[in-house]
Design a protein around this ligand. Structure first.
Ligand code: AMP
Ligand code: MG
Length: 668
């Protein structure tokens, strides 16, 4: 059997090495171990140096494990000790789909044979998707010993983790596995050979019984709480990696359905749609030779008599459809701006260059007009056929939006388009969740513990304001059945569901489990590094439509606190809707610069989106006035908020007058 090539990567985790890469020794030593002891099976794809920062580590891990070009083995070195800044195991553990305590045991045992201080390391190991992750200590010597202890076994584990056929891999039993790996079993292991092979998979069938085989991959199985297990069994730390906002938006865009095309009539309802085709002019504009001034149509001949002199006014051409008599030599015709040139005429003299000399007997009309100039040339003051738009010219391109400013609709109308192909806009359902939530217009006072539903009206208004059709799905109770029923109802009819509430860490926070366990959805992220909005969750649910076609519906589960719900809807739901409705460039809110009207404190830990009123100042710069207290439950922080300051995570008070980035949520 040919040895398969496997991909390995190393993450060096150390604040010191991150600041000065020359201080890193472990990277080279571990590369050498893989090159020398690796049985010639490994290709090195990458090596990164990271600070002792949970988010940076988690970000790198998802990059190495979650894409199509995942690595088979991801080794970290550093951050496994007891120092305050050592947090590699804390970063890695929540991301593991399956733990591998055997590897941890093997590494510790190998080091323990060298020094009792081996127990000062806190390694973890396990599988994320198809990648095996092991955390080695930061000391080059310890890291080398640990890696040497397990490296020979890694190809086998990695092949299995990547989906290799377990049966084939085990053909020949443990003896063959040991030979392939270049390791030998000791007495104790020998004694347990049969058991050992069994626990991997059944290489030999006893009496031909059918080996049970799972139909799902472990990484596709739910990681949310099992609601039946009750509050005592729920996670006490979120099992979801905390993603930076940009990564979360990236995942949303990658999982939002590609735009579909439809035909729409050209009228006011087309505003907000994006063209799915290049639009060509049916007719030229103007469609006839038209005067661009009020004056007199004349006949200018190259060598003929001058236009200067007295002329009878033979006819009148107004900007109106109809027959116009042919102009004869020696006559002129009064003409208005935009009116068609009479047949025979080839130029227009401005009214300013003429004098009225006589009127008809009833004094109602001009009879004779004197033209004061002999400078008039042929084709003067005429807009030629197609001089604005030629027939067949592309007037709007695929990807351009029909805006509420009106220009595009006018253009479509002027070239004779009655129907165009555009991208369909998704339809969005909005659902509130929570036993305590009641309709805002329910008569009577609130009972103890009741909260009026403000998220649904708010989110529906925002979505409508973005130009999408929105459907109201009411309020679901914090009961698995109620939530599932509401979600199923909505999934049948709409493309995207936006819920609020039920995504925190309480035992009644049922959204994630319901989406994952009852609806077979996939949660792409369940935590975002931001304030407000940390528990924001995004999932996709595969479905069959009524006509039997497969479809993917999106579920955005926003946190229940009103400020969190509104901010996260703008940051996460909007870009997805923009993408699915064919918008090509801007996905998200426009970013502008704004000057602070007062000091604004940042959060030291999480990037914050601080609600502000943005108004244009006299010098054209936008001025930002805070809406006040920013607690995520504070509904008044949304009043007159048309912008979000993008504040960095740092111990800092941005002073009055500072110019900072802001996202524009509403009009100015
Ligand atoms: P949850 O995420 O369900 O734990 O909700 C967090 C907080 O937001 C709780 O105080 C809820 O009462 C509140 N909340 C949830 N949904 C709404 C809503 N639709 N309107 C107003 N407040 C809500
Ligand atoms: Mg709740």
């Amino acid at each position: 059997m040919d040895k398969p090539r496997l991909q390995a990567a190393i993450l060096i985790i150390s604040d010191t090495a991150f600041q000065d890469p020359s201080t890193d020794k472990a990277g080279d030593i571990l590369s050498d171990v893989i090159a020398i002891d690796g049985n010639d099976q490994w290709d090195f794809t990458k090596r990164d140096i990271l600070p002792d920062d949970v988010l940076a580590i988690q970000h790198a891990i998802t990059q190495y494990c979650d894409g199509e070009d995942f690595v088979n083995l991801l080794i970290t070195t550093g951050g496994t000790g007891f120092a305050v800044k050592d947090n590699t195991p804390e970063a890695v553990t929540p991301l593991l789909h399956r733990h591998a305590p055997g590897l941890v045991h093997g590494m510790l045992q190998a080091s323990l044979e060298v020094t009792p201080f081996a127990l000062m390391s806190r390694p973890v190991a396990g599988v994320r998707s198809k990648t095996l992750i092991v955390t080695l200590p930061g000391s080059p010597k310890g890291a080398k010993e640990n890696l040497q202890a397990i490296l020979r076994l890694m190809p086998h584990a990695c092949q299995q983790a990547a989906g290799g056929d377990s049966r084939k891999l085990h053909t020949g039993g443990v003896k063959k596995l040991e030979e392939d790996a270049g390791v030998s079993g000791n007495k104790r292991q020998k004694h347990h050979h049969d058991d050992h092979v069994h626990s991997h998979d059944h290489t030999h069938n006893h009496g031909g019984h059918v080996v049970p085989k799972a139909h799902t991959r472990p990484e596709d199985r739910p990681i949310s709480n099992d609601p039946r297990a009750g509050p005592t069994s729920r996670y006490r730390n979120s099992p979801y990696a905390m993603l930076p906002v940009e990564d979360a938006v990236g995942l949303i865009l990658a999982n939002s359905p590609a735009p579909e095309t439809i035909n729409m009539p050209v009228n006011g309802s087309l505003v907000g749609y994006v063209l799915a085709e290049d639009v060509k002019a049916n007719d030229p504009v103007p469609a006839y030779r038209a005067s661009i001034v009020d004056g007199y149509a004349v006949i200018v001949s190259e060598n003929g008599p001058s236009t200067k002199g007295m002329f009878p006014v033979a006819s009148i051409s107004h900007a109106a459809p109809g027959e116009i008599p042919t102009l004869q030599r020696g006559q002129i015709a009064r003409i208005t701006t935009g009116a068609p040139l009479p047949p025979g005429a080839n130029s227009v003299v401005m009214v300013e260059d003429t004098v009225l000399r006589s009127m008809t007997d009833d004094s109602q009309e001009e009879k004779v007009v004197e033209i004061l100039t002999d400078q008039v040339k042929a084709d003067e003051n005429i807009r030629e056929i197609g001089s604005d738009i030629k027939a067949g010219e592309v007037v709007l391109r695929k990807g351009e939006e029909i805006t509420a400013v009106g220009g595009e609709l006018g253009l479509l109308a002027s070239v004779g388009k009655a129907e165009v192909m555009v991208y369909r806009k998704p339809v969005i359902g909005v659902l509130s969740t929570g036993d305590e939530i009641v309709m805002h217009d329910r008569p009577g006072p609130l009972q103890l513990g009741e909260v009026r539903d403000c998220n649904r009206p708010t989110l529906m208004a925002a979505i409508k304001g973005w130009g999408f059709q929105v459907v109201d799905y009411g309020i679901a109770k914090d009961k698995p059945g109620s939530l599932e029923e509401h979600l199923r109802n909505a999934l049948r009819d709409v493309d995207v569901i936006v819920t609020s509430g039920g995504v925190s860490m309480g035992e009644l926070d049922l959204l994630k489990p319901t989406v994952e366990r009852s609806l077979g959805g996939k949660i792409h992220f369940g935590r975002v590094n931001m304030k407000p909005g940390k528990p924001t969750t995004f999932a996709t649910v595969p479905l069959k439509t009524n006509d039997g076609n497969p479809a993917t519906k999106l579920v955005f589960s926003l946190p229940g606190n009103p400020a969190s719900a509104l901010v996260t809807s703008h940051l996460f739901v909007l870009p997805s809707l923009q993408y699915s409705s064919g918008k090509q460039e801007l996905h998200g809110l426009p970013r502008v610069k704004a000057q602070l009207e007062e000091d604004v404190r940042c959060d030291p830990k999480r990037p914050e989106y601080h609600r502000v009123s943005l108004t244009p100042g006299p010098n054209g710069l936008l001025h930002a006035t805070s809406t006040g207290g920013q607690r995520s439950s504070k509904v008044t922080s949304l009043r007159q908020a048309n912008g979000l300051l993008c504040l960095p995570a740092k111990e800092w008070t941005a002073p009055k007058g500072e110019v900072v980035d802001a996202l524009l949520m509403g009009g100015l």
